[in-house]
Ligand binder design. Structure first.
Ligand code: UDP
Length: 239
């Protein structure tokens, strides 16, 4: 098995829900430690890692909890939730000996440094993991879109969407035992087959900019590393 990574710089989109583990809310310590371990595995290969972290485990602008609220206000709350996750992730990384920096798209300078593209790229060149909090900094967007955007801005080779399912399937594998995983699929096929890869804005952005997406499970031990090594893992969405 070759240990030569296929990608030199990656952008990982980690959903807030990934941090919950089996809990129904918040951050599960054991789960976050496991995720950090997976990330450390690719950092140790010399891969430059940027992460966009979600906030759905704490607050989602479109969730029932936000019902009756002004949407933009709820979305700003959602973005602040992603900053909390970013700090938790950085803390877990510190414990694991992984050097990281948090950059926030909303300025809260006592808590995190602001998003500065050039600085983020420099950190990556120094092999520091960069964790992007506060999504795009704009309401009415999602962290999927932030992942696509930041991936392009820092010149990532690919956007890796970490989910609970190990790829894109022909049908919901939880409901249909005959559902089959796509190993690779083109953007056009994904559209014509109505496959759910990322949210529509993020998907369109990646398609326009020819940024490939890989969908894989962060809960499957070694899956992130296999994706980075170019092995058959998850689903590769390509041009
Ligand atoms: N959000 C936003 N703009 C962004 C990114 C996120 O307004 O650029 C808000 C939005 O309310 C969203 C919440 O933050 O519901 C949490 O992000 P997301 O739902 O993408 O998190 P995930 O599903 O990945 O946990």
């Amino acid at each position: 098995m070759s240990l030569e990574p296929k990608y030199k710089r990656i952008l990982v989109k980690l959903s807030g829900e990934a941090l919950m583990g089996e809990d129904s809310y918040g951050i599960n310590r054991v789960t976050i430690e496991r995720i950090v371990n997976e990330i450390k595995g690719v950092v140790d290969l010399g891969v430059q890692v940027a992460i966009v972290i979600g906030g759905g485990n704490i607050f989602r602008g479109v969730a029932p909890a936000a019902a009756g609220m002004d949407r933009a206000t709820a979305d700003y709350m959602g973005m602040l939730a992603t900053v909390m996750n970013a700090l938790a992730l950085q803390d877990a990384m510190r414990h694991a000996g992984v050097v990281s920096r948090v950059q926030s798209a909303l300025t809260i300078q006592q808590v995190a440094e602001p998003y500065i593209r050039g600085k983020a790229i420099r950190y990556l060149e120094e092999n520091k993991v960069v964790i992007f909090g506060a999504g795009t900094g704009n309401p009415f967007f999602t962290t999927d879109t932030a992942a696509a955007l930041r991936g392009m801005e820092v010149g990532a080779d690919i956007v890796l969407k970490a989910t609970k399912v190990d790829g894109v399937y022909t049908d919901d594998p939880k409901k249909n035992p005959d559902a089959v995983r796509y190993h690779t699929v083109t953007f056009d096929e994904a559209i014509s087959r109505n496959l759910k890869v990322m949210d529509a804005t993020a998907f369109a952005l990646c398609r326009d900019q020819k940024m490939n997406i890989s969908v894989f499970s962060i809960f499957k031990a070694g899956a992130l590393k296999r994706v980075v090594l170019g092995e058959d893992e998850g689903t590769l969405v390509h041009c």
